[in-house]
Design a binder for this molecule. Structure first.
Ligand SMILES: Nc1ncnc2c1ncn2[C@@H]1O[C@H](COP(=O)(O)OP(=O)(O)O)[C@@H](O)[C@H]1O
Ligand SMILES: [Mg+2]
Length: 291
């Protein structure tokens, strides 16, 4: 075991056993506890119902600054959570604007322009179907060729042909069909709006790089693509990560067929999935510990 830490991390509670950490994060919480840190519990379902005081009732008052590790929150949920925690003397280490900047593509895109596929977006409400003309106009701002469709946070990559990939950006019928299907499948969980991205030919799976205060602290395969083996060129990405100004973020990197490493997406480290076998203790050891 490594050195003792006094880190506090807010984990989602198990919905059925509210005094326990959610099964998915159990190993992370146990690793934290074993090295002297303190897991505390969030009632995620209460937060999602809008009962934010209820959601944080198990967080000890005055416990001091903490990190969150758990399921993705919307920017609005994170904002409400941050406010309730601050009022309890337990402020989140990442402020709400920082969370939104790292979590949603329009937040990080300009900072990573040139390192990531060209992208355009249209704000949308969940289940709102965008009109044909603005979609065609948005696609027209990208180089002609294949497109990838997603919302501000997630794609429907497992429904690739149906709801994620458009073979030709000039084929407006196909564009409208794929975007409408993506919106339909995202349903209530559509984040922010629709994003269209120029398709790039990647030669590798993705490596997920975890950054703390602008330095890479853990590199591993993306949890969804365990085969990724290559070592990404981090010197290319570091200045952008620093410019983003968020303390704890991830970048998913793939090597393009022409050999250039590309940023497929950026995420807030609090809600990024860790690959199996990652050294959780080492990651936590690098997280700033207020106290
Ligand atoms: N511009 C692109 N060019 C080629 N493939 C892409 C592009 N954008 C996404 N992909 C593929 O689709 C997958 C999902 O896209 P991503 O932006 O990572 O969304 P998600 O948040 O759902 O993981 C990526 O892992 C990658 O394989
Ligand atoms: Mg991804």
């Amino acid at each position: 075991m490594g050195p003792t830490m006094t880190l506090t991390i807010l984990f989602c509670a198990d919905p059925l056993r509210p005094r326990r950490v959610d099964e998915h994060f159990h190993h992370e919480a146990e690793t934290l506890r074993a090295s002297g840190g303190a897991p505390v519990l969030l009632d995620l379902e209460a937060l999602r119902r809008g009962e934010v005081t209820e959601a944080v009732r198990r967080v000890p008052r005055g416990i001091g600054a903490l990190w969150y590790r758990g399921w993705m929150l919307t920017a609005a949920e994170y904002h409400a959570l941050a406010k309730a925690l601050a009022a309890r003397g337990a402020p989140l280490m990442t402020p709400p604007d920082g969370y939104q900047r790292a979590h949603e593509l329009p937040g990080w895109y300009a900072t990573f322009a040139g390192l990531t596929p060209a992208s355009v977006w249209l704000p949308l409400l969940p289940r709102e179907t965008p009109a044909r003309a603005p979609l065609a106009a948005a696609a027209g701002r990208l180089p002609q060729g294949p497109l990838v469709v997603k919302d501000y946070v997630k794609s429907r990559k497992h429904e690739w042909a149906e709801a994620c990939f458009v073979p030709d950006s000039a084929d407006t019928d196909a564009l409208v069909r794929v975007v409408h299907r993506m919106v339909e499948l995202q349903d209530d969980s559509l984040s922010g709006g629709v994003v269209l991205r120029a398709y790039e030919d990647y030669a590798t799976g993705e490596a997920r790089v975890w950054w703390v205060d602008g330095d890479p602290v853990l590199v591993g395969p993306h949890p969804d693509s365990p085969g990724a083996d290559a070592f990404p060129d981090l010197d290319l990405v570091r200045p952008a990560v620093r410019a983003l100004g968020c303390r704890f973020v991830t970048t998913d990197l793939a090597r393009r067929a022409d050999g250039v490493w590309r940023v497929v997406e950026v995420g807030d480290g609090q809600v990024s999935g860790l690959h199996r076998g990652a050294d959780v203790g080492d990651l936590y050891f690098h997280l700033p510990d207020p106290g």
